[in-house]
Design a protein around this ligand. Structure first.
Ligand SMILES: *[C@@H]1O[C@H](CO)[C@@H](O)[C@H](O)[C@H]1NC(C)=O
Ligand SMILES: *[C@@H]1O[C@H](CO)[C@@H](O)[C@H](O)[C@H]1NC(C)=O
Ligand SMILES: *[C@@H]1O[C@H](CO)[C@@H](O)[C@H](O)[C@H]1NC(C)=O
Ligand SMILES: *[C@@H]1O[C@H](CO)[C@@H](O)[C@H](O)[C@H]1NC(C)=O
Ligand SMILES: *[C@@H]1O[C@H](CO)[C@@H](O)[C@H](O)[C@H]1NC(C)=O
Length: 429
């Protein structure tokens, strides 16, 4: 069984080099609509748009004066992200960066927004928010996949839905509070049920990219098995293995990021290292063990001693404890979803495997050592996913597809990869 799956992955890899294989029959677009299973898309990190509203409690902590109610008013505004607004008033960038930060509330045992900052995810249920006005972020959030699905007969709101989420928060170990993620999970389930009901009770195909795959894997794992079997036709997971990625240690390395010059820069350092999600995709001890991932003259840091790396990078004991107790158990407990699953990943793109800060100064640009992957997700974690899911005797159907020369973003924006992804979605139909 296992070797069969591996063989399948291999065959598709070879075919993927220049040609692609259609799995199943491709229905004609016109007659397809009514017979298509509904699709719910869960996009990648930073793809959920957030609106915010300030109250008097908000005390801006950034230097440019004037952030806060006087400048920004009391109404809802687009916090993440409004490139147009930042072009008009670049000073807003540091206001927004400050307002995006999270704090940990030890009494609630959970992360929350800064006092006086209310946020909400824009357009949950739809794919309307999957696009940005920032040219630097063109096509990073499944917008081309939405178009490709529309071309084969999918219709927004009828049989095509979106589940954006607040990417600053993350699933926590079972039993620990993670209010925002729990809300996402219930909204996601309701959306799936509604999508099914609106489509003759047909079960749903869930398609995820990157971090959306983690949110979905955990949501499915925490949903009763009969619910999964009733509502999930197929889970198509793009660009994610198990066990995180050494690349994600980089933005956590330097405590003194100073003031990132753009809002994007700030968000990419996980809100000045305040987001709950920053620990979610750190390399897993199960995959990387004691292999050095961050190398200095004096010390090497591996997944096994991640806590020491975080301490060396300036995280407090409390923060390190949250890595160990909240985030790490989620990574270690990832399990097969027990619904039919296809995983599609890019390979053949140099992907950071190790970071060398030889002088031990985490604020300088490290020397990068590359391995194989899609530029962000390492092939090793994809192979780990293949064993995790493929070796589970209760997982009835699992297929892993590797597409050569395909980047993390290319998977959802390059013509060739998109065709492959769409053909898998049709195949699942
Ligand atoms: C972005 O900012 C501009 C200029 O301030 C504003 O007109 C527009 O409504 C904002 N966009 C969103 C989606 O809030
Ligand atoms: C980021 O956080 C550090 C403390 O962790 C602080 O010293 C620094 O000023 C913050 N930077 C910004 C831009 O808020
Ligand atoms: C760190 O790892 C490298 C290569 O993996 C090894 O050559 C070196 O001796 C190690 N250094 C320390 C301080 O353990
Ligand atoms: C580390 O590198 C940064 C950036 O180049 C520099 O400003 C800082 O002084 C260095 N720290 C040490 C201890 O050398
Ligand atoms: C990948 O892309 C490079 C450069 O575009 C090309 O030379 C190479 O043949 C491609 N490899 C595969 C397996 O498609």
């Amino acid at each position: 069984m296992e070797s069969q799956q591996r063989l399948l992955a291999l065959v598709i890899l070879v075919l993927g080099n220049g040609t692609f294989l259609f799995v199943g029959a491709v229905p004609a677009a016109q007659e397809a609509t009514s017979s298509l299973h509904p699709v719910v898309l869960v996009p990648g990190n930073t793809c959920g748009q957030l609106d915010a509203r300030l109250t008097d409690e908000y005390e801006p902590s950034t230097t440019p004066p004037g952030c806060g109610i006087q400048k920004q008013g009391r109404g809802w505004f687009r916090l993440w992200e409004n490139f147009t607004a930042l072009q008009e008033d670049p000073a807003l960038s540091s206001c927004y960066a400050d307002e995006l930060r999270l704090v940990y509330d030890p009494v609630a045992g959970d992360y929350r927004n800064l006092p006086g900052v209310k946020t909400r995810v824009v357009s949950f249920g739809t794919t309307r928010s999957f696009r940005f006005d920032d040219p630097a972020r063109k096509n990073v959030c499944m917008e081309r996949l939405v178009e490709a699905l529309e071309e084969i007969g999918y219709t927004q709101g009828a049989n095509l839905f979106g589940a954006p989420y607040d990417f600053r928060y993350a699933p926590a170990a079972p039993g620990l509070a993670s209010g925002v993620f729990s809300e996402f999970m219930s909204s996601f389930r309701l959306l799936v049920e509604r999508a099914s009901e609106r489509n003759g009770n047909k079960p749903v195909i869930v398609v995820t990219h990157s971090l959306g795959g983690l949110f979905t894997m955990v949501s499915l794992d925490r949903s009763p098995l009969p619910w999964r079997r009733r509502y999930i036709k197929h889970f198509v997971m793009l660009c994610l293995g198990v066990g995180g990625s050494p690349l994600n240690m980089w933005p956590l390395a330097a405590s003194n990021v100073g003031s990132p010059s753009s809002l994007l820069g700030s968000v990419l350092t996980y809100g000045n290292r305040s987001f709950a999600s920053m620990f979610s995709l750190l390399p897993s001890p199960k995959v990387y063990g004691s292999r050095p991932l961050v190398i200095t003259r004096a010390n090497n840091y591996s997944a096994d001693n991640m806590a020491e790396f975080l301490a060396a990078a300036g995280f407090s004991d409390d923060e390190v404890a949250r890595y160990r107790t909240r985030a790490l158990p989620v990574t270690l407990n990832l399990r097969a979803p027990l619904v039919p699953m296809t995983s599609i990943n890019g390979v053949g793109v140099p992907t950071v495997d190790k970071l060398v800060f030889w002088d031990g100064n985490f604020s300088v640009k490290p020397q990068l050592v590359y391995g194989d992957g899609d530029g962000q997700i390492n092939l090793e974690t994809v192979l780990a996913l293949e064993s995790l899911i493929g070796d589970d005797p209760d997982q009835r159907y699992f297929k892993s597809i590797l597409i050569p020369n395909t980047t993390h973003k290319g998977m959802i924006s390059d013509e060739f990869a998109l065709k492959r992804v769409v053909s898998e979605i049709l195949g699942a139909n």
